[in-house]
Design a protein around this ligand. Structure first.
Ligand SMILES: NC(=O)c1ccc[n+]([C@@H]2O[C@H](COP(=O)([O-])OP(=O)(O)OC[C@H]3O[C@@H](n4cnc5c(N)ncnc54)[C@H](OP(=O)(O)O)[C@@H]3O)[C@@H](O)[C@H]2O)c1
Length: 303
């Protein structure tokens, strides 16, 4: 039986990935690594997960917690833990013989397209540098675009409450994936890769997307559900980009111009077929499905 160890499995994303692993038909043993036996850990134990207490500052503690696992996944957050936590963590995991496949905490933009220094993606790149400096273990990076549940808000130029969407540059398609689809996709990827690790390339970069829609389409979808017109605005890309890069390069603002450059369009070079051939394993949630589910009110209508 495949043993999967997951670090960060209690978090915003991890609490979707861990249950998806636990309920996958391949029935892996799922081991949750966490810094304390929190309520979320206990909830996951009730669903069948094993728990390992871990001190990320101590490589021996990490190695002992991961020992015997075939697959290691990190869904540790980006804001709370940068490369100072994740690089030593991955070095410790690389030292564990049983591990054949490593999935680092990516789950966002395919940052190979990001050609400027930025704190969050520099941290992710530092982890990838360590992982791709070896070929003994297979590395799978899962790029999901934006999480649907967290993305229809003013930080990305969208306010359904104030009836506008605002894109930067071009009205390019932007890829969104629901948290539960990210969980399902990760569980499928683990099952498929663990079944025949020899067939997985040394570094596999999988861009997936539940749906890819333009800002103007977001306006139409939410406008129809709310029975109102949503204004579509736009800003000049060169100007917005220059101001953002001259400033603190906050992640949301950088993502806004990257969207306008088409860098968050995962429908190009998309790995959905690898993960969910013909959509036969499950039906991806579309932005329209999501908008209907929340009755057209992102964040309960607060934004
Ligand atoms: N595409 C998108 O729209 C989007 C949005 C949000 C996040 N993401 C990405 O998804 C991934 C997971 O993010 P998240 O927001 O789900 O993470 P999160 O909830 O902030 O954190 C996940 C877990 O990481 C552990 N953790 C927190 N701080 C830590 C530290 N200093 N050292 C070690 N462990 C720590 C905690 O587990 P324990 O306390 O149980 O140890 C926590 O439950 C990241 O790569 C992030 O960039 C993408």
């Amino acid at each position: 039986m495949v043993v999967v160890a997951i670090a960060g499995g209690t978090g915003y994303l991890g609490f979707n990935v861990t249950p998806a692993l636990l309920s996958h038909p391949s029935k892996p043993t799922v081991r949750v690594l966490a810094r304390s036996r929190s309520e979320r850990v206990q909830a996951l134990e009730e669903q069948g997960a094993e728990f390992r207490l871990v001190d990320y500052k101590d490589p021996a503690s990490v190695a002992a917690a991961v020992e015997g696992a075939d697959v290691f996944i990190s869904t540790i957050g980006t804001k709370e833990a940068g490369p100072e936590v994740k690089v030593p963590l991955m070095k410790a995991v690389l030292g564990v013989k049983s591990v054949k496949i490593i999935i680092p905490s990516e789950f966002g933009i395919d940052h190979r397209a990001v050609d400027f220094p930025q704190k969050d993606w520099d941290g992710k790149k530092a982890v990838m540098d360590v992982l791709t400096s070896q070929t003994e273990k297979k590395i799978i990076s899962i790029y999901t675009g934006l999480f649907m549940e967290g993305s229809f808000g003013p930080w990305f130029g969208i306010s359904i409450k104030n009836k506008y969407v605002e894109y930067i540059g071009s009205d390019e398609p932007v890829s969104y994936t629901s948290l539960s689809d990210v969980g399902r996709a990760t569980a499928e990827i683990v099952a498929k890769a663990a079944a025949s690790p020899a067939e997985v390339p040394a570094a596999l970069y999988l861009r997936i997307c539940g749906d890819s829609v333009r800002y103007s389409e977001v306006a139409t979808i939410f406008g129809e559900i709310n029975g109102t017109a949503i204004e579509v605005r736009h800003k000049n890309l060169a100007q917005f980009k220059e101001t953002t890069l001259d400033g603190d390069r906050n992640t949301a603002a950088c993502l806004r111009f990257l969207m306008g450059q088409g860098d968050l369009n995962h429908s190009k070079d998309c790995g959905n077929e690898w993960v969910n051939p013909g959509g036969k394993k499950w039906t991806w949630t579309t932005v329209k499905d999501f908008a209907e589910e929340i009755e057209g009110k992102p964040f309960g209508g607060e934004v």
